[in-house]
Ligand binder design. Structure first.
Ligand code: AMP
Length: 976
């Protein structure tokens, strides 16, 4: 007992580091404490025997809370056997419990005079029992847990130094099965203070994972895992059975399966929250709510789908995420093309597909006949290709119609929700009348290699007759080879036939409603001799019309001859050698390498612009020879300029007339300061200016052939198409150069192109005031500006949007002027009519003999949207390709198609009116003298007669003959 003084001081030093409140607070989440000596407020009530063994003491911790603990230190006596037994500890269902003891132990060697029986260990036991009130347990009944040794023992020095060494040991007992157990500590002669005892078991704490809740779960007895099935949280459902394993040390392992939020709910942290209004969740498999798709709504929370707005529907197979849709509008723009007894119906898709991609078409057919036009379903006799209902393409062919019968086709557009709508389906109706056959062939005229046919059109055609189609083949050879020809007239000469050979002919009419049926076959044989011969299947009619037919034939042959007769060589444009070209840039602007045009207005002093861009020429070097034209500011003369090298070149000299104002002088010279910035073979070249003496002059290269429009008119019909394309190419190249330099010309027209002796065309007319004042073609627009209407793009007329793209439009007009040999664009139509016609989509038709590719290029230049027009670079490339491949120019544009569709008609009654209309009024006397006084009399005029009466220009002959052809087809309305 002498050593008991040690203990209180030992305990005292321990307390600051281990307070009961701390111990309570620090229990880990997965541990359930069954007993904690430090939290006991009163007597622990443990049994200690013998009485002089373990001793309970009570001390205060730092917060003055009493703490209970036991000590023993009978080291001086041998044979110690002191027992300390806890109360009954219920195990609370745990199979494995943990015992944590904290104790101090004195080092035997540090105790002076202590015998060798001193121990430094003690033993720990347990006894399982259902009885909580056992008052005695035999020593032999205990099961030993372990002998506990101290990791740290303390010495006298430690006590002196107040250094305390607390030991913590944890042991566990497994496979408990009774209600509880008792713990016992056996001391066999050590000096121990049992500071605290905590008994606990481990559990896996309640958790929610993958929307499944797993309850608090006590760990297994041995180290076995406990499998636990989770339950789905509210508003969720099992996707796959949720399971987890609770491990022996209280951790959850290996989650399997999961729950998912029900439709109308979405996952949020560990629970499912309702979808808000305006959103929905259709499937448990979707993680989150989505906004209602277009044309649908949800007015309440938890929506699993959104309802469609009024007039919109959702087909059964439509996913809930798809917008609600509606039936399509009616198909549009139906076109029927009749071919004898079949019709092809085509239409544009509905403007409104209802928001769906599954639009299909049904075609309903009714036939109406008799005076009362009684209609009945077409029945099974009529066939639809590919089918009548559920067509995916906007086209169907209907065959086996009766001839000369009215049919009504109703084409309806349907989609996946059409049947859900109570409204009738939207449809478009097409009425057709099947055609009649062309009447018998009336006459024919034969030679050894040609046959001329004439026929009568159907009595009651189902529309205006557009053309006739003549099919012919050598008798019995149809399968090998047959030819189809088209004509607007009801007379045709078929050429290139074999002599003495029988051919089969059939004719059918095409109206604006489609093709009628072929008339019967007619067999005709070409003659054997080399002379015109008259065949005779129908004597009476042939005689009546053969003379007229002959004239037509003659005209036709002559026209063909004329068309194929041009064989002038193409004169390749040569650029004059530029040996004498003077470099006259000085001052602040350096042109070589500069690619952007500088507007003279950007100069404060316009004279400086002239000095920068134009060379001053000494007037004594200029010799004026003759007047060649009149410009805005004065005469234009030709003459010679002596170059510094003493060589003389031909030049054009524009002079400023006397009495000019300062502004006029500035404007006059502005042309030189613009022109002087350009250096290109297709831009008129500035030689220099005379400003230091009067008259002020602008000297340019001389262009022998003057302006292009006059030049073409003078040489009407005299160039090959390649030559014409060569001219166009030059102009396009010059314009490309200008547009590359950001210069917009604004007045590109044939009158502003000059032509030299080599047919090289050069762009000219760069004056600042030219469009306003100079150009006689310019007219005032409603916005006040003066604009050459016929050459100008609509956007430039409408809101003065002048760009290189509007220059491209003008270029298209120049192309047309070139091919038509200087014809006035839009003839005598008024400017107002031109603007209106262009706005309505009218475009100039191809001039006579115009290759289809060239007209197409013109049409491209006249695209309404300026961004759709080609660039000049593209135009140059296209023309280059055509020049390299002249075959591509062989296919001529079909004037008649254009004339019908686009050319305004002039109504004429006399030969004089007609000649005026085609702008050949100069021949009125020639026609009158030759006896052509009525329009009928000129219908079969020949080229020879034209020559005889003094119409010698090939271009004029062509113009007359082509107009006569129109006259034949149109009666007294003549196309100009
Ligand atoms: P302008 O008003 O400056 O375009 O010239 C009036 C007319 O003079 C033109 O229509 C041409 O016939 C003629 N002309 C102008 N410049 C030249 C030139 N460089 N070479 C030949 N003729 C020219």
């Amino acid at each position: 007992m002498a050593l008991l003084w040690i203990y209180p001081s030992l305990l005292f030093f321990l307390l600051p580091s281990l307070t009961p409140s701390q111990a309570l607070r620090n229990y880990p989440e997965n541990e359930v404490t069954l007993l904690d000596s430090m939290s006991a407020l009163g007597d622990l009530g443990w049994e200690a025997y013998p009485a002089e063994g373990w001793e309970e003491i009570s001390v205060m911790d730092e917060s003055n809370t009493p703490m209970r603990s036991y000590q023993v230190c009978n080291v001086m006596e041998a044979n110690q056997n002191n027992w300390l037994r806890t109360r009954h500890i219920p195990r609370d269902g745990a199979q494995r419990v943990y015992i944590e003891i904290k104790f101090t132990l004195r080092d035997c060697n540090s105790l002076p005079g202590v015998p060798g029986t001193c121990k430094e260990t003690f033993n720990m036991y347990y006894y399982e029992s259902n009885n909580p009130n056992l008052w005695f347990i035999k020593e032999s009944q205990y099961v030993k847990i372990d002998t506990i040794a101290a990791d740290e023992s303390f010495t006298q020095t430690d006590v002196g130094d107040r250094v305390m060494k607390l030991n913590t040991e944890v042991r566990d007992i497994s496979n408990l099965s009774k209600k509880g157990f008792y713990l016992a500590f056996q001391d066999v002669g050590a000096c121990i203070a049992l500071v605290s005892l905590r008994v606990f078991y481990k559990k896996c704490p309640l958790t929610v994972l993958n929307l499944a809740q797993f309850p608090d779960t006590v760990t297994g007895g041995d180290s076995a895992l406990v499998e636990v099935r989770g339950s789905c949280v509210n508003d969720s459902e099992e996707f796959e059975v949720p399971r987890m394993f609770c491990s022996a040390d209280g951790g959850w392992l290996v989650p399997i399966g999961r729950c998912v939020c029900k439709p109308g709910f979405e996952e949020h942290k560990d629970y499912c929250q309702p979808c808000r209004t305006g959103s929905y969740k259709a499937s448990a498999m979707d993680a989150y709510c989505s906004k209602c798709p277009p044309h649908s709504y949800s007015h309440q929370e938890k929506a699993s789908e959104c309802s469609c707005d009024k007039g919109y529907y959702r087909a059964d197979m439509d996913p809930r995420s798809m917008a609600c849709t509606r039936p399509p509008s009616a198909p549009e723009n139906p076109i029927s093309t009749l071919n004898e007894t079949s019709v092809t119906l085509e239409w544009s898709p509905p403007r409104d597909t209802g928001g769906r991609g599954d639009v299909a078409y049904n075609v309903h057919c009714k036939k109406c006949s008799g005076e009362g036009r009684e209609c009945s379903p077409c029945g099974s006799g009529v066939h639809f290709i590919p089918r009548q209902f559920g067509l995916s393409l906007a086209k169907v062919q209907v065959t086996d119609l009766l001839s000369n019968t009215n049919y009504t086709f109703s084409i309806e557009a349907v989609n996946g929700v059409s049947d859900l709508s109570p409204n009738p389906k939207q449809l478009v109706v097409v009425n057709i009348t099947t055609g009649q056959t062309v009447s018998v062939i009336l006459k024919e005229r034969k030679s050894k290699d040609s046959i001329t046919l004439a026929w009568q059109g159907p009595d009651r055609p189902n529309g205006a007759i557009v053309e006739y189609e003549v099919i012919y083949y050598e008798k019995n050879q149809r399968d090998q080879n047959y030819t189809v020809l088209k004509t607007k007239a009801n007379v045709m000469t078929v050429e290139g036939l074999k002599p003495g050979t029988t051919y089969v002919f059939r004719v059918r009419a095409r109206t604006d409603g489609g093709y009628g049926s072929y008339g019967g076959e007619i067999e005709l044989e070409t003659s054997h001799e080399d002379m015109l011969a008259i065949g005779d299947p129908n004597q009476s009619t042939i005689l009546a019309v053969s003379i007229a037919g002959g004239i037509v034939l003659l005209i036709f042959l002559v026209a063909c001859f004329v068309v194929s007769g041009r064989h002038c060589g193409y004169i390749k444009a040569k650029q004059d050698p530029d040996e004498e070209k003077m470099q006259f840039q000085h001052g602040r602007v350096k042109l070589p390498g500069s690619r952007t045009y500088i507007h003279p207005h950007t100069y404060e002093d316009p004279n400086q612009a002239v000095r920068d861009f134009a060379k001053e020429i000494d007037a004594s070097n200029i010799r004026i020879e003759r007047v060649i034209g009149a410009g805005e500011f004065g005469e234009v003369c030709s003459g010679r300029l002596k170059l510094p090298s003493k060589r003389e070149i031909y030049v054009a000299i524009k002079s400023l007339k006397a009495g000019y104002s300062e502004k006029q002088r500035r404007d006059f010279l502005s042309e030189a300061s613009i022109m002087g910035q350009f250096d290109h073979p297709n831009i008129i070249r500035l030689e220099g200016v005379v400003t230091r003496c009067k008259p002020v002059m602008i000297i340019t290269e001389y262009m022998e052939n003057g302006s292009l429009d006059t030049f073409l008119k003078k040489h009407d019909g005299q160039f090959t198409v390649i030559q014409l394309v060569g001219m166009m190419r030059g102009i396009a190249s010059g314009m490309k150069y200008l547009s590359d330099m950001n210069y917009v010309h604004r007045d590109l027209a044939a009158r502003n192109i000059l032509v030299n002796s080599n047919l090289v065309c050069k762009v000219s007319d760069f004056g600042l005031s030219r469009v306003l004042e100079d150009d006689p073609e310019a007219a005032y627009t409603t916005r006040g500006g003066k604009i050459p209407i016929r050459w100008t793009a609509p956007e430039a007329i409408a809101y003065r949007k002048f760009t290189s793209a509007s220059d491209v439009w003008s270029y298209g007009i120049v192309m047309w002027e070139v091919i038509s040999y200087g014809e006035r664009p839009y003839w005598e139509m008024s400017n107002q009519d031109v603007i209106k016609a262009i706005d309505e989509g009218y475009r100039l038709p191809p001039p006579m003999d115009c290759p289809v590719v060239l007209h197409q290029l013109m049409l491209d230049c006249w695209e309404k949207s300026r961004s759709d027009r080609p660039k000049f670079g593209h135009i140059v490339n296209t023309l280059d390709k055509l020049i390299r491949n002249p075959n591509s120019l062989k296919q001529l544009a079909n004037i008649s198609v254009w004339e019908d569709a686009t050319t305004p008609e002039l109504s004429v009654n006399t030969v004089e009116e007609w000649l005026d209309a085609i702008k050949l009024g100069q021949y009125k006397d020639n026609f009158a003298t030759a006896g052509y006084v009525t329009l009928d009399s000129i219908l079969y005029i020949s080229i020879n007669e034209l020559r005889k009466m003094g119409v010698t220009l090939v271009g004029h002959q062509k113009k007359i003959l082509s107009s006569v052809q129109s006259l034949q087809a149109q009666g007294t309305h003549v196309h100009v």
